[in-house]
Write a protein that binds this ligand. Sequence first.
Ligand code: BG6
Length: 526
Amino acid sequence: MLMRHSEGMDAMNSLDELMVCKLDTRRRQVEPCTMVIFGASGDLTSRKLIPALYHLRKERQLPEPFRIVGFARREKTSDIWRQELRDSLGKNARIQSLDESVWNDFARQIEYCQGDLSDPGSYRRLAEMLAVAGDERLRQRVLYYLAISPGQFVEVIRHLSEAGLLGKETRGAGWQRVVVEKPFGYDLNSAQQLNADIMRYTHEQQIYRIDHYLGKETVQNILMFRFSNTIFEPLWHRGVVDHVQITVSEKLGVGGRGGYYEEAGALRDMIQNHLLQVLALVTMEPPVSLEAEAIRDEKVKLLKSVRPFLSGQIDRQAVRGQYIAGLVDGQTRAAYRNEPKVNAGSHVETYAALRLWIDNWRWSGVPFYLRTGKSLALSASEVRVQFRRPPSVLFAAQCGTHLDANSITLRLQPNEGISLRFNGKVPGASVEIRPVRMHFSYDVEFGAYTPEAYERLLLEAVAGDATLFIRRDEVEAAWEIIDPIRTDWSARPLTDAEFYTSGTWGPSAADQLLAHAGHAWRNPQV
Ligand code: BG6
């Protein structure tokens, strides 16, 4: 068919317009429900949960009606709790100026239930409170958020079940779901036991295990980046990738969390969950669909292909460290051992670096380096995919190792974005080649709005979409990877070489871990 010139141009221009593909229509709708927060007086509730819910309310994303019941031991009225929440909301950086009318509406939906986690009478009181909701849907659909110590998870779930507030079977249009915070277990055995105990009262589909990294925009974007483009995925395999580095570094020390950290250490606190989740998303095979189970199946498959760490070989594959006093951003940072609630002779690691191998067809022979630590030089999280060098002909033959290898960096935080590094000719008569970079920046492309991970996660839990939550076999597979390292480290005290000065990039042994293979850490640039 003949087209007039201008028609043809219009058609071509429209092809160049940014086409937006909206997937949300396929997602589940949020339904009116009640959210009960156990640990209502805690830090997580005031710092993360309530600000996230307020924001969702402001954005009109919460269902209507919606009810929040806070459960905690301290004696107080709903009015007093609301006032406390209001005060701490004002201090939340993400909420620059509180919208009073939104807050007033939101506050009307918030109530407080004083109770003791181990007292059956408290759950009867909670049941009475839940039963008085005027709207039937608020009584039938309840999301229990356990912002409490993991040691109390089973007790609360058992009490809820005995009080008739949590059933294994979903009745009619109703449902009950339970959101649990990390850490989920202490090692493989305790995680399996915890799972078995919880499953006596609920189905796996009712449990939403949080890893807040999965709520981060940039982490979610890993799958879009890989599977909605044709140009990157063909590069994503052992034929072209030399090695991959995943860094999650923090300038912060353990601060007031010394008590918790003494039980956790960097391996349990960060690697078992956040870093292994990022690794799984970066390396998994394409799922057969976007359904939660299909995505989680692929993540589990990937975690199960990680080559087990063998005792006797761990010191060649894993490095730990603990920070001593130093300067971070010009401020003196005390040694970990001098932090509050930390044992003065503690051997807990505040830094961990691993080299691991994925024994599957795609990644066989490609080393993956993971590292995380506190009191380091910079706070930054990124994934760097380092490609092989070009064959030693033409430019590479002359330049040797001076010719930079290409890389793609996924910057998870801060300066969220993606960078591609490749070689280019320096303009001029002499022939010089040097790396040049192309950057995609979230801020530049989409504006500075970066929703908090908890906003997304809470919304997904309300909507009943488990994609961003960790399944039982996933959490167990992650512990299986970590346990041998944990066992090895806990049997050996730290040596002098394992301490690092605050404000640096960690112990020197971490450099050796890569140097053996001719690699070096690429520190994030912020
Ligand atoms: C938490 C850890 O899960 O993640 C903390 O317990 C850590 O120790 C935090 O500081 C890091 O999260 P983010 O979102 O600041 O990278």
